[in-house]
Design a protein. Structure first.
Lengths: 181, 181
DNA sequence: ATCTTACATGTCGAATTTGACATGTCAAGA
DNA sequence: TCTTGACATGTCAAATTCGACATGTAAGAT
């Protein structure tokens, strides 16, 4: 039984705490949004699949026809196995970075403007992350601590990209014709 | 006529220089690999689609049944339009970062070991990038200069992640039980 | 009482992406 | 001459992802 990345993400979330599909969707929109995304239309079928595989189970039926799931022992084992296996998808996918390869097609001033706007967006993201950081409860579950650690990665990433974008903008505007030594 | 991200990437590459599907596949395996990936099985059909849309055209038929394509004026205009439109897919997708959210499921020592191994992988990537940097010709096409700029983003990114991973490993191993105030 | 919003789950078709299968050419070295 | 590896293009089924459509409940405000 092979489990997709989405499956592993759901399994991981449900190992920390039992949740409904709605809660999981919210988790993908909030904390996980910046590393992996999924819509509810993908989440619900995946939950059914995981139940079928015996990796999660429904633990409770709530108010609005809601169903709460938790990872089974087999499910938790699967996550641990995934965590320790060699990273297969170590590839990063980012349309924003892809665009940089083609900025040479714009006039230098436009490209520089684009990069400075990117820097602003990255800084804004840092601000959002920092406000999220202030909302994380003071360590109730180990997952919270790891949430902070992942957040730190996000903050460092955004700051690095913001600095890079400003550097690149200067490089392009100031650079002028290439010094061919 | 809507063009996918892959389509825009192909259009951008073919605006810099006419290439065959094989060349494009190589470009996705090399320079673009770290921001967007595509297999030849996706590239060839997409080329046919772009030809149909009048965004690229075959300019030459080579030795082994090879077909060289170049972007048309409409194709170049499409790339410029894409570059200037508001970033839709500003979401980053990384299975490696996703895993971090679930490292709490491992024993602290194992999680720290995982992070230190990550740091090593990031450093190795920096080394690879730097050796690629030495192979870029000295500015023959503006795209080369942008290649360097994109490379710089990659180098800064990997260095940041390597530093973060080491910091996180220390944080976990040193941190001990949570100070509950 | 009605309205709005958040909660909650699902399906379906289309687009995207992957991996396997399939085929053939050309150049260089053994 | 033969074999290997790089060059070169394609198809197909399956998996993944997305966006739209569809439906219904519970709580709180007006």
């Amino acid at each position: 039984m092979k489990v997709s990345t989405l499956g592993h993400a759901l399994l991981g979330l449900l190992s920390a705490q039992p949740m409904t599909g709605y809660d999981l969707t919210a988790a993908f929109d909030q904390s996980l949004a910046n590393v992996w995304s999924a819509r509810h239309s993908q989440i619900y079928p995946e939950l059914a699949k995981l139940v079928g595989a015996g990796l999660i189970e429904q633990t409770e039926a709530g108010p609005r026809g809601s169903k709460r799931y938790a990872a089974t022992a087999a499910g938790e084992a699967e996550v641990r196995h995934w965590l320790q296996g060699r990273a297969p998808g170590d590839a990063l996918r980012s349309e924003r970075l892809l665009r940089v390869f083609f900025l040479w097609m714009l006039r230098p001033a436009d490209a520089a403007a684009y990069l400075r706007a990117e820097a602003v967006r990255h800084r804004e993201q840092v601000a959002r992350y920092e406000s999220v950081g202030n909302e994380i409860p003071v360590e109730r579950h180990p997952a919270d601590r790891w949430g902070r650690i992942a957040l730190e990665a996000g903050i460092r990433y955004e700051n690095t990209m913001a600095e890079w974008a400003l550097w690149a903008a200067d490089e392009i505007e100031g650079g002028g014709p290439v010094p061919v030594t």
